[in-house]
Every structure is written in structure tokens, then in C-alpha cells.
Design a protein around this ligand. Structure first.
Ligand code: 5GP
Ligand code: ZN
Length: 119
């Protein structure tokens, strides 16, 4: 299931309220919600409400939107208490990147010392 069409897209359904999510922050064009399968004590997903398949599909007209996602990430980090100790903001792209949901999303993970480099 590539979910290339926004009608079939899991995260578009979350944006539309057709699927439930545990929201952390919402603005006019950005949504942050708890990852359903957290890999760290803190694991929040940040998405544009607009369907963009991945970071590789960002267009020049999306530049301000992407900036606003980063600003929202700062607010989320403050809200969930990881701003002081630090955290990771990461986006997976395509097959080798292990992207499984094809709607652009940034993982905000923290709450413990993370490993680097990733596998
Ligand atoms: P990816 O592997 O594409 O970078 O990340 C997709 C993320 O979405 C995974 O961390 C996965 O746990 C999360 N996820 C998948 N389905 C759902 C869902 O229905 N609700 C929520 N909140 N997270 C989901
Ligand atoms: Zn979507």
C-alpha cells in the first residue's frame, strides 16, 4: 500500500478526523500527534495538513510551510519536555529510508540518549 493517493492516505484521514489521533499541537496548516508505536519515551509525528508524499516532493512554494513545521517542532519539544536535554527531528524518504507512510512527516524523538549513526 503506497498510499500515493491522498484519498487512501492514513495521515490525510487523521487530518480530516476520519481516524483518531492523540494531538499534541495543531495550527492552521500543521498537525503534531503521538506516534502509535513509540520508539522512545517521546515520539511525536509532525505533518503538514497538505498532502506531500515525502521530503523529496517538497516544492519551492512549500518552503514557508516547512519552516512552520520546524517552528511547531520547537513548540512540541517544549510542550513534551525534551527541549532542554535535546531530541531528534528526522524524516524518512522512500524505500531505503524506510518510509512506510507516504505523507511527509517528521519524527520528534527523545526522552533518552539516542544512538548515532542510524543503521
Ligand atoms: P515512517 O516509517 O514512514 O518514517 O513512519 C511512520 C510512523 O507512523 C511510524 O513511526 C508508525 O508507528 C506511525 N504510524 C503508523 N500508523 C499510525 C497511525 O495510525 N496513527 C499514528 N498515530 N501513528 C501511526
Ligand atoms: Zn496524505
Amino acid at each position: 500500500d503506497r498510499s500515493g493517493l491522498m484519498e487512501d492516505c492514513l495521515f490525510c484521514k487523521i487530518v480530516k478526523g476520519e481516524l483518531p489521533s492523540e494531538k499534541v499541537l495543531e495550527t492552521d496548516d500543521v498537525l503534531a500527534f503521538q506516534d502509535i508505536r513509540p520508539t522512545a519515551p517521546v515520539h511525536v509525528l509532525l505533518i503538514p495538513k497538505k498532502h506531500i508524499p515525502s521530503a523529496h516532493h517538497i516544492q519551492p512554494e512549500d518552503a514557508e510551510l516547512i519552516g512552520r513545521i520546524h517552528l511547531a517542532a520547537q513548540q512540541v519539544a517544549e510542550k513534551v519536555g525534551v527541549a532542554k536535554d535535546g531530541y531528534r527531528l528526522v524524516t524518512n524518504i522512500g524505500f531505503h529510508g524506510q518510509q512506510t507512510v507516504h505523507h511527509l512527516h517528521y519524527h520528534l524523538v527523545g526522552g533518552r540518549q539516542l544512538q548515532w549513526p542510524p543503521g
